[in-house]
Design a protein around this ligand. Sequence first.
Ligand code: PEP
Length: 250
Amino acid sequence: MIYIIANWKCNPKSFNEAKRIFNLVKEKTKEIKKTKVIICPPFVFLPKLKTKNSKLQLGAQNCFWEDTGAFDGEVSVPMLKSVGCKYIIVGHSERRRYFKETDSVINKKMKAVMKHNLKAILCVGETKEEKRKGKFSMIISRQITKALKGIPKKDVEKIRIAYEPVWAIGSGKPCRPVEAQVASLFIKRTLSRMYTRKIAEKIPILYGGSVNRKNAIDYLKEAEMNGLLIGGASLRPQEFVEIIKQAENV
Ligand code: PEP
């Protein structure tokens, strides 16, 4: 199974535009077999975007860790589940950076997603500065071990991990496929240490960071990634559909 995940971030500006993009992707993905497409729009559009195709599902870009309560402006996992959301992105670098999400906050969110039996897409990745200082392995292993702290083996099947080097996101400077492959092997080794090798092998590892119609196939074929997390190009429906078609033929 290959995962092609659209992260729309804070886009588009209107529901009409969201519906246009979504319906175009929906129409063109009716026949897909090998690929799972997950669209993660802003919260407000989620209940209005409908899909009956199990190969095209909805995800959220964030969640809160409590179910209900006096927490202004937050959106909880059961709320997301009740409007048809199946996946939740947790720990995206923009949440870590602009909203100061710490490893411990990310861990609480991961546990909330597990508790309600949704699937989590955990994002990990080093900044340019951390890469320059040779801190790649330290950062990635810290982000994974802290995010998954206390999550039992039985829940691991609900986790997908996206390697998203911060310097490659939205920069038009993607990471080389071989670097993504090395990161994927390192992530698997970290997971093997936490769980077992057999369990680690079952967790899909995706790549994200300036993926487009020209380079997508390199990550899927050459780097053997289990899928892609796509920002900018996922808002260009023709290009996004083209990437899905490439994934179908891997
Ligand atoms: C992202 O938002 O997770 C992302 C990878 O964005 P982009 O594809 O635009 O780099």
